[in-house]
Design a protein around this ligand. Structure first.
Ligand SMILES: Nc1ncnc2c1ncn2[C@@H]1O[C@H](COP(=O)(O)OP(=O)(O)O)[C@@H](O)[C@H]1O
Ligand SMILES: [Mg+2]
Length: 335
């Protein structure tokens, strides 16, 4: 493998995103710590799945990486460039190299544009002005996402497509500039179960064709098993476990991850309702987070005098698993 191909596509370093809360729209009344110190590398051809309950900061992580939220602290490096040092032109390049599938599919497609116009727009914005080149690219991406026959699809408006077809179009638009990274925020959660697998298989196929790096955000634990090389569990704005998929399925290490994956060992599980109820208790406030480990109020394994007082650093359980948890305090500290 060459030096260049071993370099990560994306490096996220100690990323924090805090939103200011304002009283009467003016006085600062605190902040929502929606992302609190997240670091990782992502390589070409690799998928990281991010799982965690609603409100734990998954979408904030996605939007901060995409430059849609400004980080309060920390850095993002993409293909060797620090995103915060990019000028206007550099940001345009960065945006064209990163595809985004946003969480809300209804708001995602402009209702008065047809398929052809929707796919042409990003090409025009990014300087692909040659008509033949545009046509070729649009055709190819429609074939890749299996919106066929292409001729029939081009004049259609979003409301004329099924839910699954709409999501294929969203994916086509995210892929039309041939990005190096795709950030997919709950891309299948609004779709029927029967269509979900097809869409995930499609993303996997595109990943192979383009050697694409993917960040896949989901509630649906039943899909991450087949879909990712690594799984990160988020809790209270922090990534509390980073594991290879294989190691995590064999033995989740963080008490939160254990509870999550035990709760959904039933193959029909993995929906939001079951996810939310286990483990019992409320997700932590991100305005006034608990002292010490954020999970300690819900944790059955907490260590008296330690977990409620001190924030756990990252410990390396083994080559494939890292956790923010004091249970592993005998292991090497890595963060
Ligand atoms: N623009 C914003 N302003 C203020 N708070 C926000 C904003 N975006 C997200 N939040 C808050 O940040 C927390 C994490 O939200 P989010 O990242 O959407 O979580 P998830 O995607 O895991 O459900 C929530 O408490 C949410 O209300
Ligand atoms: Mg979200």
């Amino acid at each position: 493998m060459s030096e260049a191909s071993r370099q990560p596509v994306l490096t996220v370093e100690d990323l924090h995103t805090w939103f200011e809360l304002r009283k009467w729209g003016f006085f600062k009344a605190g902040e929502v710590r929606a992302l609190d110190g997240v670091s990782f590398d992502l390589h070409s051809g690799e998928t990281i799945s991010i799982v965690g309950e609603s409100g734990c900061g998954k979408s904030t992580l996605a939007k901060t990486i995409l430059g849609l939220n400004l980080p309060t602290k920390g850095d993002i490096r993409f293909q060797g460039h620090s995103v915060k040092s990019l000028d206007k032109q550099g940001m345009k390049w960065f945006r064209s190299r990163v595809g985004y599938i946003q969480q809300d599919p209804y708001g995602a497609l402009p209702p008065f544009m047809n398929v052809e116009q929707i796919l042409r727009e990003p090409l025009i914005i990014n300087g692909v002005s040659d008509r033949t080149q545009q046509q070729e690219r649009i055709r190819r991406v429609l074939e890749e996402v299996k919106l066929a026959p292409v001729e029939d699809m081009l004049p259609k408006f979003p409301h004329m497509l099924s839910g699954g077809q709409q999501q294929r179009l969203v994916i086509a638009r995210a892929m039309v500039l041939e990005p190096a990274l795709l950030v997919a925020d709950e891309p299948v959660s609004m779709l029927d179960a029967s269509v979900r697998v097809e869409i995930l298989q499609l993303l996997r196929r595109l990943q192979e064709v383009y050697n694409l790096a993917i960040i896949y955000i989901t509630h649906d634990l039943s899909t991450v098993r087949y879909f990712s090389e690594r799984i990160f569990a988020m809790y209270g704005a922090k990534v509390v476990e980073k594991s290879s998929t294989e190691a995590l399925l064999r033995a989740p290490r963080h008490p939160y991850t254990k509870a999550l994956f035990e709760a959904t060992s039933d193959p029909d599980a993995g929906n939001l309702a079951q996810f939310k109820d286990v483990p019992a208790g409320e997700p932590p406030s991100l305005v006034d987070p608990p002292q010490g480990c954020r999970f300690h109020p819900r944790c059955s394994e907490k260590i008296p005098g330690l977990c409620a007082e001190r924030i756990p650093p990252e410990f390396m359980v083994n080559e494939e698993q890292r956790v923010l948890c004091w249970l592993y305090r005998g292991e090497e500290q890595v963060g």
